[in-house]
Write a protein that binds this ligand. Structure first.
Ligand code: GLU
Length: 293
């Protein structure tokens, strides 16, 4: 389990992103990272350990951008290290990705990308997403994301930005939680609604396979077959402390009722439900080529 958070709007993104991560720290705390659009480029900062370490590092040279994505990690693939911490990026450092979940077929995808000459910087499953996006990108991040979704197997909530598309975040999910926070002046995304309630109480819950194109002035949601859909906004009337308890009266009740989901999340992507066996790793046919065609 990890936490992802994103912001695009008129305000400086740095403190909003770090504060969002602090509220998500219960989801993972072995390393953290943040990237913002800044002065026509991007700036990415990562730190091993708790959010406090990231915050100290960022404060050495404060960020200026008003759009960014951030991550607090609980490693599933690759040891806790700065190299394995998110955001992950493509070779040209134009595309940045934060991810909560597991890419089940990452070894097949990684092998194919390596065969195309791509060098990996980390041991994570997540890094394949950044390189795949670079393979498919032709000037529109959303279009590239739709292609990448076709080749990914597993459970994921992902947010991505591109250096050449300032102010834009594309986010999508399948199996892992992701909620979009909307308001007139700024928009956000988070793994957990409670982390964004200080900014807005109007939220959109994405269903599996849906994608959100998030800009400072609005959010568009698309179905898995790229058709724009009008999603109902929900108004959250819990206070922050109830939201952190997902509406339950006590944390213990929350933990008891969340046990089925917690167990599902921890074994997702690792078992074959029909036989009850654990999955083995084996190479597959070219999935990138079929999505490119
Ligand atoms: N699989 C990713 C990693 O290990 C994300 C981990 C998670 O969501 O728990 O970096």
């Amino acid at each position: 389990m990890c936490g992802i958070f994103g912001y695009t709007g008129p305000s400086n993104a740095q403190d909003i992103l770090i504060e969002g991560l602090r509220r998500l720290e219960y989801r993972g705390y072995d390393s953290a990272g943040v990237v913002v659009h800044e002065n026509g480029g991007t700036r990415c900062v990562k730190a091993l350990g708790k959010i406090k370490n990231l915050s100290e590092r960022v404060n050495e040279m404060p960020m200026e951008g008003t759009c960014g994505i951030a991550h607090t990690r609980w490693a599933t693939h690759g040891v806790p290290s700065e190299a394995n911490s998110h955001p992950h990026m493509d070779t040209d450092e134009k595309i940045f990705v934060v991810h909560n979940g597991i890419i089940e077929n990452y070894q097949t995808l990684k092998k194919e990308l390596q065969d195309r000459g791509i060098k990996f910087r980390s041991e994570t499953d997540t890094e394949v997403i950044a390189h795949l996006l670079a393979q498919f990108y032709k000037g529109d991040l959303k279009a590239a994301v739709f292609r990448v979704i076709k080749v990914l197997r597993g459970a994921f909530a992902v947010a991505v930005i591109h250096k050449d598309e300032p102010g834009r975040i594309v986010a999508f999910r399948f199996g892992s939680p992701l909620v979009i926070g909307v308001s007139e002046k700024e928009n956000l995304l988070s793994s957990d609604v409670s982390a964004m309630l200080v900014h807005t109480r109007s939220v959109i819950y994405l269903n599996d396979g849906e994608l959100a194109d998030i800009r400072p002035t609005g959010v568009q949601v698309f179905s898995p077959d790229s058709v724009e859909i009008k999603k109902a906004q929900q108004e959250i009337d819990w206070d922050i402390s109830s939201a952190e308890k997902s509406g339950y009266e006590h944390y213990m009740l929350k933990e008891i009722f969340e046990q089925p989901t917690t167990i599902q999340n921890s074994i997702r992507g690792r078992i074959i439900e029909d036989t009850g066996n654990a999955k083995t790793r084996r190479p597959g046919k070219s999935e990138i080529r079929s999505a490119q065609s």
